[in-house]
Design a protein around this ligand. Structure first.
Ligand code: ADP
Length: 466
């Protein structure tokens, strides 16, 4: 059953039960009130008839007066003498089955009643009957019997009942129509929301629900719109991530294929029997260099993967940057000297930061090794600059510099300004993305300032720890 029908039938059943209960209660209350009122009126009328009857003179007009009285009051009347024998009836046909005299018990009862009418209203009887003792009467009449068909007596209650029945049926009809219309009004937004939710579930994320209602349905529509827009954004992100991942794997394949080619070529050459020893050494060197490059590539990929999927991959502790920089300077001094470069440090004083020492060492390694790798002559400077509560760490060189057009994508994975030159120098194209990943995990970021032909300055900041 549809929600609309369920709602409609629920309203109808509840309202019909309500209407029937109220109507039944009203009918019973009004009926008993009217019957009680009717009986009291009957008694009053009987008293009045008794009074009038007893005042009539015993002349030849007597019968006519009684007849007129019965006619005017619309009651059936029978008059009895002091022995309880009936001598007048109006209308005659109403008394066909009624005894022509009063029984002794009733007469005794009437004598004791002091003129108060005795009313008989038994269930079996079709009539409401009253007997009254006329006491001191001016004529031969001593007892009066007044009766009325119960149908007349019930007439007011019956007509009220009919009015209530009519009202009840009219209300039920109205309730059925209004309930269906109301259920339709209530169910309409549910149906619209349902079809929109189904649409969204099927992937139509551009679907917008425009309910323009200030109630809970309006709020629900807003929530669904919000959900769809979040899903849209997530979908976009997922698509981008997917594209990035595919690009990443394509780049890895490409990066691995080159050194493998070189290694396989070197191995083929080494298989030649007549190869002079110095050539042999050269091919061995080439193979070893490429193997190292592949190893470094996988090491970098591993770091980046952990950065992507494990937010807590850094283990922070309090370290002194002075020691870290000194160690790096020590490690890279021979390499720089071999290349004829000057490696200097500037303003290296004790400075405590809360960071992962191994990861920070890797950051310095990548920046210093790049600076030495790409600088042909001049100087590489490693320095610290304290600014209020942070310290800036920089690696500066007098190398070729980087063109403005590369700066936006410099930290992207596998991005190189000059692919051939980078590979030539054993670069993986991942060094700077690893630096960025590590610094981001430290809530910091890597920045670069560079002038083509003058050199580059890579720098980042860390909060000083007391
Ligand atoms: P690679 O392994 O190729 O060095 P990186 O991610 O470390 O990869 O660097 C990306 C690119 O940025 C390099 O290929 C190089 O073109 C450029 N680059 C990095 N550092 C410097 C530098 N100090 N001077 C000039 N170019 C640089």
């Amino acid at each position: 059953m549809k929600i609309r029908s369920k709602l409609a039938w629920t309203y109808i059943i509840l309202l019909v039960i309500g209407i029937i209960t109220i109507s039944a209660y009203s009918i019973l209350t009004i009926r008993s009130f009217l019957l009680e009122e009717g009986e009291q009126q009957f008694e009053r009328d009987v008293r009045s008839l008794a009074l009038t009857t007893s005042s009539f003179k015993n002349d030849d007009q007597f019968d006519e007066k009684i007849r007129r009285q019965a006619e005017l009051s619309r009651y059936e009347m029978a008059v009895y003498d002091k022995d309880g024998v009936r001598f007048l009836t109006f209308p005659d046909e109403a008394f066909g089955g009624v005894q022509a005299y009063l029984n002794n018990n009733l007469m005794e009862e009437l004598e004791r009643s002091d003129g108060t009418p005795i009313i008989q209203n038994s269930e079996e009887s079709q009539k409401l009957i009253a007997y009254v003792d006329l006491e001191e009467s001016d004529n031969t009449a001593q007892y009066l019997r007044v009766s009325q068909d119960k149908s007349e007596y019930y007439a007011a209650a019956a007509s009220i009942r009919h009015i209530i029945y009519a009202g009840m049926f009219f209300s039920i009809g109205a309730v059925i129509i209004v309930s269906f219309l109301f259920a339709r009004y209530i169910a309409a937004p549910i149906l619209r929301l349902n079809s929109a939710a189904l649409d969204i579930a099927r992937g139509n994320l551009d679907r917008k629900i425009d309910l323009k209602r200030n109630d809970e349905f309006g709020t629900l529509a807003d929530s669904l719109n919000h959900m769809a827009s979040t899903l849209r954004a997530d979908n976009k992100k997922l698509k981008m991530l997917n594209e990035k991942q595919s690009q990443f794997f394509a780049d890895i394949t490409h990066e691995v294929r080159n050194p493998l080619h070189t290694i396989s070529g070197a191995l083929e050459m080494l298989e030649l029997e007549k190869l002079p020893p110095e050539k042999k050494k050269q091919y061995m060197n080439t193979a070893q260099k490429q193997i190292k490059r592949v190893a470094r590539l996988f090491e970098d990929i591993k770091t980046l993967q952990r950065y992507d999927f494990d937010e807590s991959f850094i283990n922070r502790r309090k370290i002194d940057l002075k020691e870290l920089v000194k160690e790096a300077e020590h490690a890279y001094q021979p390499i720089a000297q071999k290349k004829g470069l000057e490696l200097v440090t500037r303003n290296i004083t004790s400075c405590k930061v809360n960071a992962d020492p191994d990861k920070l060492e890797q950051v310095l390694d990548n920046l210093i090794s790049n600076a030495i790798k790409y600088t042909l002559e001049g100087r590489v400077t490693i320095g610290l600059e304290k600014k209020d509560e942070v310290v800036e760490v920089y690696v500066e060189d007098t190398g070729p510099g980087i063109g403005k057009e590369h700066l936006d994508r410099l930290f992207d994975r596998f991005y190189r300004t000059d692919k051939a030159r980078s590979r030539d120098k054993g670069g993986t194209g991942l060094g700077l993305s690893v630096v960025k990943g590590i610094l981001n995990a430290h809530q910091s970021d890597i920045k670069v300032e560079s002038k083509v032909g003058k050199g580059s300055r890579f720098y980042f900041t860390l909060p000083i720890s007391a």
